[in-house]
Design a binder for this molecule. Structure first.
Ligand code: UD1
Length: 436
């Protein structure tokens, strides 16, 4: 298995380049199933999640070709003949559940494994299912699979109100609604940039959608969509992660430039909180420049739906707070038990107390290098960030979680002057076998 070895106390210098957005690439790939022919997607990150979802698409009959050197993915959906997403793949990645909407939209039927929980607790899909029913699909459960069927004349379409607003359900319902027989409306739709860019791609494919970027999405069903060539947006969570890295590990007063960025996708809450820490921030059209301050101020945050503070950045914010000059809190209102990183950070000497959906982080902490374990994607990267400011070496084990969402993180960080190395290790080695 692979681990990352991080040496603390080395300053981050120069620049970092942000890859294409994982969370937008996945729905774009699902959208490609709706159009007969070859859709070409650019700025697709080379990540395990993309490879997993490519395999999900292949099961249904799509021919998927990745060109990692150019970050291009071509998806030939001429023949989609097997409308199923099997458990073996869906259990690896929840976004595979987008196959429900994509296959209903393309084939009028779908058999998709239920995703189950994840490392930080249950993540329901009830809104996806109720929405599909409201649009006129019949939904049955069969041995852990969702079996969906539209009437023979096609999906009638309908109105569904999401409560709470959900990124995943908005995308799934949009996939089904674009080729419905009639019109559909999603109320309280998600307005996360991932959803907006995905809807813009659907529109470019010929979908009739009104209200993109607002809480109400209106669809007028079209017969079929056309394949397109589309450029994916930069990853806002990677950008936020790098901004935090520059704030805690940059040399005070020395700017670090983050390229290929889309700062508007971060949401105002993150930008406001970031600036309140005293970190210097210059926002350009496709870059940001971050200048670490002498002293970081503690800033409490609460995760919220966009443009609120992203839940995908709260684990990283914890590490920033540990370096601030006083205590502050993190409250996750989206996933109230997403704190698997706290005990691992505790192994590095971080003092943080979880109470309900809130963590209180003490500031002014000198972290210590340790062996720590990744539990999920964002938790893993928070451990790498902690390693950057810890004394000594941190070994972040089980980084297959990290590889799901960060492309060549060790190379990017090393190129910016940091000491981060990938090494292999034997998960089951005892001290004796390690010495042998
Ligand atoms: C959430 C984040 C997304 C992030 C992802 C992975 C939000 C709004 N969404 O997306 O930005 O990339 O985690 O970390 O911050 N819900 C239901 N029933 C459903 C679907 C959702 O009750 O059928 C609830 C969820 O439990 C959650 C909320 O709705 O409390 C938002 O769900 P959703 O946006 O779909 O979550 P994810 O797609 O997991």
């Amino acid at each position: 298995m692979d681990k990352l070895v991080v040496r603390g106390g080395v300053p981050l210098q120069g620049s970092l380049t942000v890859s294409g957005s994982k969370n937008t690439a996945l729905p774009l790939m699902a959208a490609a199933l709706l159009a007969e022919g070859t859709t070409t997607l650019q700025n697709i990150p080379n990540l395990k999640d993309i490879a997993t979802f490519s395999n999900v698409l292949r099961v249904s009959g799509a021919v998927v070709n990745a060109q990692p050197s150019t970050h291009t993915l071509s998806i030939d959906s001429s023949r989609i003949e097997y409308p199923e997403a099997p458990y073996e793949l869906v259990k690896k990645m929840r976004a595979s559940f987008y196959m429900l909407g994509a296959l209903i939209g393309r084939c009028g039927q779908a058999r998709v494994s239920l995703p189950g929980g994840c490392a930080w607790g249950p993540r329901p899909v009830d809104l996806h299912l109720k929405g599909m029913e409201a649009f006129g699909a019949s939904i049955d459960l069969d041995e852990g699979y969702v079996v969906a069927q539209t009437p023979s004349a096609g999906l009638p379409g309908g109105i569904y109100r999401l409560e709470p607003s959900s990124v995943g359900a908005t995308i799934n319902l949009a996939l089904a609604a674009t080729t419905a027989r009639g019109g559909s409306r999603i109320e309280n739709a998600a307005i996360e940039p991932d959803v907006v860019v995905f809807c813009e791609a659907l529109q470019a494919m010929g979908a009739k959608i009104e209200g993109i970027g607002t809480r109400t999405l209106e669809f007028e069903g079209v017969e079929a969509l056309q394949p397109i060539s589309f450029r994916n947006c930069p990853d806002r969570i990677e950008l936020g992660t790098f901004m935090i890295a520059a704030a805690i590990a940059g040399e005070p007063g020395q700017p670090v430039r983050l390229n290929n960025a889309e700062p508007a996708h971060l949401g105002q809450a993150f930008i406001d909180a970031f600036q309140q820490t005293g970190t210097g921030l210059t926002v350009g059209t496709d870059y940001v420049q971050v200048t670490a301050p002498e002293t970081l101020r503690p800033v409490s945050i609460e995760t919220e739906i966009y443009p609120g503070f992203p839940t995908d950045l709260q684990a990283q914010w914890t590490v920033l707070l540990s370096q601030a000059n006083g205590p502050a809190t993190i409250t996750d209102t989206i996933y109230g038990d997403r704190f698997a990183h706290i005990p691992e950070l505790g192994r590095m000497g971080m003092f943080a107390k979880v109470s309900g959906n809130q963590v209180t982080v003490e500031g002014n902490q000198q972290l210590q290098g340790a062996n720590v374990m990744s539990t999920d994607l964002r938790a893993s990267v928070s451990l790498v960030l902690a390693g950057l400011v810890a004394k000594g070496e941190t070994h972040v084990l089980r980084i297959y979680h990290l590889d799901r969402g960060y492309e060549r993180l060790e190379d990017k960080l090393s190129n910016a002057g940091l000491y981060v190395r990938r090494e292999q290790y034997d998960e089951f080695a005892t001290p004796e076998t390690e010495m042998a």
